[in-house]
Structure formats: C-alpha cells, structure tokens
Design a protein around this ligand. Structure first.
Ligand code: NI
Length: 182
C-alpha cells in the first residue's frame, strides 16, 4: 500500500475589518499581557489589512480582536513613519489643538472634522517587547489619538457635534449592515 502524505495546510490567519455598530468596536480593549507569537502575527495581519484597505492607521478591535494594539503608517513623500504599539499610553498632550478631516476604515465613506491636540508623547511596547516612548506631531499624532480612541471604544463620530452625527444617520444605517454580510 502506498503511503499517501497529505500535507497539513496551516490555516492562515485572516482578519477582516468590522464596521460601525459591531459590539467589539464599543468595548474597552484588553491590555496585552504577553507579547508572544500570536500577538506578533496579529500585528503583521493588521498591517496587511491596513495596507490592503489603504488605511493609515488600524486598531486591533477593528479586526475584531479586543486587544490594545495599534498600527500606523503616516509616511509621506519625504519620510517613512511606520509605527506599531502594544498597550499604547498617551502621556502628554499639547495645549494647542486643531481640526483635521478624519475618516475611519470602520466607517467607510464618512469623514468629519475633529479637533485634537496637535502634539503628544506616547509610550508603549513594540513586537520585541521593548518599551518605546516618543513625541509625535502632525499626521502621526492625529492617527495615534484616533487609534487609541478605538481601544477605548470611541469612534471619531463620537467626537463630532450631535447635529453632524445626526446628518450621518442614513449613512450609518447602511454601514451597520456591512457587518451582517458574512
Ligand atoms: Ni478608525
């Protein structure tokens, strides 16, 4: 009898974006207790999802993982600004704030002007488990705040005036339904 070798195919880790209305986006995400293999895989997967979706930032809850991890690519033509942070904590904010038209992969098609501090100091861990701390301004500071909000169950539309959010209602209703497709 011929021995047949069936190659066991490893199930690839696939993550999909979840949308406004999904329970996971409303939760306060859990601290990562141990930066192990699965966490590193999740970070890689988040970068894949983020780039595939042409996003500049992603928080783990947006791929239905209620963990305190964010990925950011705020690069421009002149410099590469790629950041991954596990358990990020914003330690200081500048007094000065400003507006920016924000969007979100969990709220496709919607944008709204949000005021936030322009500079900050953030600390966290990278995939090696090393502690990192740095100052950020410009787009990076903006995206970090948007993503850390996700870890606390907050979406950018929660920071808009009520009337602005009300105007988005028909659109929000449609976005909610995107969660039920699969
Ligand atoms: Ni977002």
């Amino acid at each position: 009898m011929k021995k047949t070798v069936t190659k066991k195919r490893e199930k690839p880790v696939t993550h999909e974006i979840i949308y406004y209305g999904h329970e996971t986006l409303k939760k306060v995400a859990d601290e990562v207790m141990n930066i192990d293999g699965p966490v590193v895989e999740l970070i890689d997967s988040m970068f894949n999802v983020m780039y595939r979706s042409k996003g500049i930032g992603l928080a783990a809850p947006q791929v239905n993982e209620s963990l305190r991890i964010i990925t950011v690519d705020a690069s421009d033509d002149t410099k590469s600004v790629i950041v991954e942070l596990v358990n990020p904590v914003i330690k200081e904010f500048s007094d000065e704030d400003g507006p920016y038209d924000e969007g979100c992969l969990s709220l496709p098609g919607l944008t709204g002007e949000v005021f936030r501090p322009l500079r900050l100091m953030v600390a966290g861990y990278n995939r090696d488990g090393s502690e990192v701390e740095f100052e950020a301004d410009g787009l990076l500071a903006r995206v970090i705040q948007h993503e850390v909000d996700h870890l606390n169950g907050i979406l950018f539309i929660d920071r808009l005036e009520d009337y602005m959010r009300n105007e988005m209602r028909p659109e929000l209703k449609k976005i909610k339904k995107l969660n039920k497709r699969s």
